[in-house]
Write a protein that binds this ligand. Structure first.
Ligand code: DGL
Length: 257
């Protein structure tokens, strides 16, 4: 079998990584994708480092057992906790992670005021702390741990009063700051981009790392000689450790954001 025709595995703690999957299918429409969301164990962002490492290793193993040619860790939390371990364990495998898009935000304007929304674990981990401190001089980077927010997305609260109340309380203290960018540092958040914008109360640029991750996937496949030649449209398959979440997976894949 031509290795280029094998699917690409995409992993997340739950449904959020579908925002990254969408960017990947848009850039690489000829590829087959196998998405595994571990909703039974979400949220990862409020677990210990060791728990997230073990769950991420198990999720990636599951994808490899199904013959994927590359893995996208479409979860900022799992990337910060386990990307080094994954690369040590599978040195031959193209593994693409995601991190909060602090760099483009910090470099977008001079003295940017950047607010980073992410899970408590992502913000706590060294990988993010180093990233934020690299840009702290040229920008004002404020980190906002959003406990419980990914869980609202998992439950299907993509708009409405519960989400609005959460976001208003979170964003109220920032309303009078001259924020230039809000960085969505969790792959669940692009699905509530509109609610974040509305509850922030005034126009602000909201960015996420999906497109950059998709471009990185393309580069790594090219370098490994694994890019599928252009042709028919590829297939997208969803799996979830909570099969009742599969209908929501389709809805999010098709959602206008
Ligand atoms: N989607 C994940 C991320 O990008 C985290 C959600 C969770 O806490 O499970 O960080």
């Amino acid at each position: 079998m031509d290795p280029r025709t094998r699917p690409i595995g995409v992993f997340d703690s739950g449904l959020g990584g579908i925002s990254v999957l969408r960017a990947c299918t848009a850039l690489l429409p000829q590829e087959d994708f196998l998405f595994f969301g571990d909703s039974a164990n979400a949220p990862y962002g409020e677990k210990s480092l060791a728990q997230v490492q073990a769950l991420t290793m198990a999720g990636v193993r599951r994808l490899l057992e199904q013959g994927v040619k590359a893995v996208v860790v479409a979860c900022n939390t799992a990337t910060s906790a386990a990307i080094t371990l994954l690369r040590e364990t599978y040195p031959q495998l193209p593994i693409i992670g995601i991190e909060p898009a602090v760099k483009p935000a910090a470099q977008g304007r001079s003295n940017s005021f950047v607010v980073v929304m992410a899970t408590p674990l992502t913000i706590h981990e060294d990988k993010y702390q180093k990233l934020a401190s690299t840009f702290q001089g040229q920008a004002n980077v404020i980190s906002l741990p959003c406990r419980g927010l990914a869980e609202l997305v998992e439950q299907g609260q993509w708009s409405g009063p519960v989400l609005d109340a959460y976001l208003q309380e979170l964003l109220l203290p920032l309303r009078h700051c001259s924020v230039d960018y809000i960085v969505l540092g969790c792959t669940h958040y692009p699905f509530i981009r509109r609610a974040i914008q509305t509850n922030f109360g005034r126009p602000v640029e909201i960015i996420d790392g999906s497109d950059g991750t998709a471009r990185q996937l393309k580069r790594q496949l090219e370098n490994a000689g694994l890019l599928r030649p252009p042709g028919e449209k590829g297939r997208v398959t969803f799996q979830n450790s909570r099969p009742d979440r599969l209908p929501m997976s389709m809805a999010l894949f098709e959602m206008e954001v």
